[in-house]
Each structure stands twice: as structure tokens, then as C-alpha cells.
Design a protein around this ligand. Structure first.
Ligand code: ZN
Length: 227
């Protein structure tokens, strides 16, 4: 449910994010904060900071803290990072593509975890494919009778990316053209469209906003769906 968290934290000023990071460092009595430590004690999720500042290391730098890498990275986090790198590059990342500018983790981290880069990519694809079925809420006590949650999880994002390629379905723009890609509900969730592969597509920010003018309600949520 990381995306839900993030949707509420989009308009927080940079200073407030940095302040919170510094607070966590101070409480820990250290001049550094790992991602795990921050997620445990911070007011926001680490992705809110990494997205705002570009990477975890850049957020630490901005706060004047010591740069530290997360030692307990889960496979899930490694895969989510791959989805992000893949989207930003506009193509399947190669070993040499995982630079500090685009990736939170180095290729070596993947190699260490999975044996080889190739095996890391295979594990990633397996992880994506395991998510073929949408998360159907069967015994949800909520009033909503929707079968799927509105938020699009990382795995589903990766599947849309593999289906459409990292380019806008409408105008064909890619990250290489400077386009920011979003995952879009073809039939808006607010109008009954479900969060399933068939109802999702990749749109660039421009096309997405154009489309969303028709449905301002949907737009509010869309900005949170940036890949
Ligand atoms: Zn477009």
C-alpha cells in the first residue's frame, strides 16, 4: 500500500521531508539513516523522498547526512527499483545501465543476490509473472463493491510496461524524448474500471493530463500513479 501513503504526501515541501529525515537521524543518535530505519520511524515512506530528490543517497546528501546504503534490501525492493529503472530508461536495463543517477542499487547488488545479472532479470520476470491474477478482495468489510483496489502495485506496473513497452500508448513518446510515463486506467477506476492488466496502459504525462481534463477526479489520483 505504498502508493496510498505517497498520494497523501505529494505536496509536502522539500524542507519538511529533510527535517523529518534529520529527526530520524537525531533520534537514532547517528549521522546516517538507512531506508529501513527511515521506513520504521519516518513520517513518510522512503519512496516519497527518493522520488522527490532522485535517490536515497541524494536525499541524505541534501540533509547533510552520511551516505549509507541499505544493507537489508528485500528482493521486492530490488525488483521495484528495476521497474523504476526500466521506466526511466525506456528499455530493459543492461548491467551497465544501473548507474547512481538512475538506480538506487548497483548491478553488483543484484549480482550478489541472484548470482548473475541474467539470473536477476529472470527472477524479476518470474516475480512479475507471479502477479498475473489481480488482487480480488473477497471478504472485504468495506462498502466499496470493487473487485480491485485503485492503486496499481509495482508488479502490475511492470506487467503493463512489458505489455505496452516503455512508451506512450497514444503518442509514442518515450523517456528518451523526455516524456514522463504514467500508468493509466483506460476506463477510469472512478467510473468502474478495474485495476487489471487489460484496463491499464502506459501514457505520457501530456496525454494523461489531456485525458484527465475530462475527469478531474481521476486526475488527482493520476498524479500519484507516476511510474
Ligand atoms: Zn503521449
Amino acid at each position: 500500500m505504498r502508493f496510498q501513503l505517497e498520494t497523501h504526501h505529494r505536496n509536502i515541501p522539500d524542507e519538511e521531508l529533510i527535517e523529518d529525515l534529520l529527526r530520524v537521524a537525531k533520534e537514532g543518535g547517528k549521522n546516517k539513516v538507512t531506508i529501513d530505519e527511515y521506513n520504521e520511524r519516518g513520517r513518510f515512506h522512503n519512496t516519497t523522498l527518493t522520488r522527490r530528490f532522485g535517490s536515497w543517497l541524494k536525499a541524505l546528501e541534501k540533509a547533510g547526512l552520511e551516505k549509507t546504503r541499505n544493507l537489508n534490501i528485500s528482493n521486492e525492493e530490488l525488483f521495484e527499483n528495476l521497474v523504476e529503472v526500466w521506466t526511466n530508461l525506456g528499455k530493459q536495463p543492461k548491467y551497465s545501465d544501473l548507474t547512481k543517477e538512475v538506480s538506487q542499487y548497483s548491478s553488483a547488488t543484484y549480482e550478489k543476490r541472484f548470482g548473475t545479472w541474467r539470473k536477476a532479470l529472470e527472477a524479476f520476470v518470474n516475480w512479475v509473472n507471479e502477479g498475473t491474477l489481480p488482487e480480488i478482495r473477497t471478504n472485504s468489510p468495506q462498502k466499496s463493491k470493487r473487485a480491485t483496489p485503485r492503486n496499481i502495485n509495482w508488479r502490475l506496473r511492470a506487467m503493463v510496461l512489458m505489455k505496452d513497452g516503455a512508451k506512450c500508448k497514444l503518442c509514442g513518446a518515450t523517456p528518451q524524448d523526455g516524456a514522463k510515463l504514467h500508468v493509466d486506467h483506460i476506463i477510469p477506476w472512478a467510473r468502474g474500471g478495474e485495476t487489471v492488466l487489460d484496463n491499464l496502459q502506459i501514457l505520457c504525462e501530456k496525454c494523461n493530463i489531456g485525458k484527465s481534463d475530462i475527469d478531474p477526479n481521476d486526475f488527482t489520483n493520476k498524479s500519484a500513479e507516476r511510474l
